[in-house]
Design a protein around this ligand. Sequence first.
Ligand SMILES: Cc1cc2nc3c(=O)[nH]c(=O)nc-3n(C[C@H](O)[C@H](O)[C@H](O)COP(=O)(O)O)c2cc1C
Length: 314
Amino acid sequence: MRLTQIKIGELTTPTNVFLAPLAGYSNAVFREMCYNLGAGLTFTEMVSAKALCRGSKKTEDLLYVTPTYGGLKACQIFGADHDYMRRACESEALAPFDIVDINMGCPMPKIYKNGEGSELLKNLDTAAMIISQCKKSGKTITVKCRIGVDESNYVTAQFAKMCEDSGADMLTVHGRTRDKIYAGEVNWREIAAAKNAVKRIPVIANGGIFCVTDAEKLMVKTGADGVMIARGALFNPWLFAEITGRDAGDKRGAVLRQIAATRETMGERFACVYMRKLAGFYVKGKTGATSLRLKLLNCKTTQELEELIADIDF
Ligand SMILES: Cc1cc2nc3c(=O)[nH]c(=O)nc-3n(C[C@H](O)[C@H](O)[C@H](O)COP(=O)(O)O)c2cc1C
């Protein structure tokens, strides 16, 4: 695909292939791994602006950044109250981040019932106020949205223009409606409509990229400036190397290093539960994947995981 840098406000990313925010998965170690494989920008999972303002330790832990991380740092926040959102942007907890992304696409009822996430697709005035207030914090502000709540009412072009007019520095469009959650075809026409509706800011296309050809196709069909990969990265973080033409390196070694680093930063219990699930994704499509996944899920410690992984050909 056409590889470029991306200018986001005053910042420049090394590639236009990004790792998506992924609740439960895009932790500091995974983000660094993807960055080193070629992801030009990586995002933390979404965190609540309100919880940040209230000093929640659990929320702050989700924002941990490894000291060796080499790239621009982006986090994602959600909320519907512009005051909390701005205060979150100005908080100490977000000080390490160069970019704050605003979640305007989350399809989970517990989020949108509070007017947050994808509910903002229906409330352009509230969304505009949130962006302009966050922008006052002096941070580089980006937005991630969907194309509408359902297919009877696409909002993409109007929403994209509103984001740009309100001061957003980049827009990522997940080309599905809220009611589809993560299933179904990606509507590349709507992503193209967002790209055509803005003049100044880059538009990133998201949805359904699982191989190099998918990335290439989405770029060509939408005319977007770059792509963002979510589930494709969980199955194959080396996809970033494949798309950007980097050497993927020793995959088994990388998984073993990932286990060790996750254990070091997040503790044995978390590392074991998280890595046996993620390694289960990594083996998808391999011969004997089902029995391998079962063996991975039965590992009780990271040491057992490491012993099993030492025999897997990734
Ligand atoms: C497990 C999981 C967690 C997600 N968490 C977030 C999140 O925290 N913030 C967000 O904006 N999107 C989140 N998403 C949506 C993805 O970022 C992405 O928009 C969506 O999965 C479509 O991309 P894909 O087809 O490449 O997976 C999540 C998706 C999944 C599957």
